[in-house]
Design a protein around this ligand. Structure first.
Ligand code: ATP
Ligand code: MG
Length: 269
């Protein structure tokens, strides 16, 4: 069930290779010596206590932060800056309030200088895929939180990235909307099978969505364990009540419980 980060199977399927990645902010060592390989089309969740460096890890992959040492390769290219091969969905949506749903969704393509008839059609298709057909002319303020998140997702998918980076994208949502978004994300993902790196604090969300869960250890952040989630797909929501699912959640909670308690205590002193 569990496996340590492995350097085997390196041959063809590798989409992303992280080698000896470390990050410091001044004297603070945030990430230490991360090595991992991620196959194309895998859904990976990152879980770990607050402050262990999950966002920093994603930002380095996004090209928004620079590693202190080590590197990330995407299909053999070393990542140095943001690019259309990576799409981001952050915790707080960064929709532009003065642009309509459609104009927000096509923004990434516009920035990449790729707006033709095919791209406009693709954007409309994606809005349909995330259930926003008919809302193309709405403004963000006229949408619910769940709709805004789905628009964020459509915008990230519009540029057709090789990797989708998602940093706690559903944390602002209520529990019911969040479950709906999880199934929506699964449905969209099943159709395109992008590589996804998904940060969450909710263990059941990680187990429900993922092929593998990377459990991060507290400072300096590193991958403590990789859990393969051996559950069939597609996964209905009620899979969350099966003994196997619950066993995965328990196992991961036991791994991070100590670190989570520590990080909470430290943040309050
Ligand atoms: N730009 C920065 N300058 C200095 N320190 C930073 C910077 N960004 C992050 N840090 C520090 O790096 C550490 C890791 O932060 P990061 O945001 O990556 O954690 P995280 O795992 O995403 O936490 P959370 O679960 O709370 O979102 C924290 O101690 C934070 O204070
Ligand atoms: Mg974070």
């Amino acid at each position: 069930m569990a496996s340590k980060p492995s350097m085997e199977n390196a041959m063809t399927q590798n989409n992303m290779v992280v080698s000896n990645l470390s990050k410091r902010f001044g004297s603070l060592e945030v990430l230490r010596g991360i090595d991992t390989r991620i196959d194309s089309g895998q859904f990976i969740s990152l879980i770990g206590p607050s402050g262990c460096g999950k966002t920093t890890f994603l930002r380095i992959i996004a090209g928004l932060d620079e590693a202190s040492s080590g590197e990330v390769r995407l299909k053999d290219r070393v990542i140095r800056q943001p690019g259309a091969d990576r799409g981001f969905v952050f915790q707080s949506d960064n929709l532009l309030p003065w642009r309509t749903v459609f104009d927000n969704a096509i923004l990434g393509l516009e920035i990449a200088g790729r707006v033709g008839e095919a791209e406009r059609k693709r954007t409309l298709d994606l809005l349909k895929l995330v259930g926003l057909s008919g809302f193309e002319d709405y403004y963000p303020r006229q949408l619910s939180g769940g709709m805004r998140q789905r628009l964020n997702l459509a915008r990230a998918l519009a540029v057709d990235p090789e990797i989708l980076l998602m940093d706690e994208p559903f944390s602002a949502l209520d529990a019911q909307t969040r479950e709906i978004m999880q199934t929506e994300l699964m449905r969209v993902w099943e159709q395109g099978r992008k590589t996804v790196l998904f940060v969450t604090h909710q263990i059941d969300e990680a187990v429900f969505l993922s092929d593998r869960v990377f459990v991060f250890a507290r400072r300096p952040g590193r991958i403590q364990e990789i859990i393969d989630i051996d559950l069939p797909r597609p996964r209905p929501l009620d899979i969350k009540r099966t003994p196997k699912f619950v066993a995965y959640v328990d196992k991961i909670w036991k791994m991070i419980e100590h670190d989570v308690r520590e990080s909470v205590l430290h943040e309050h002193v």
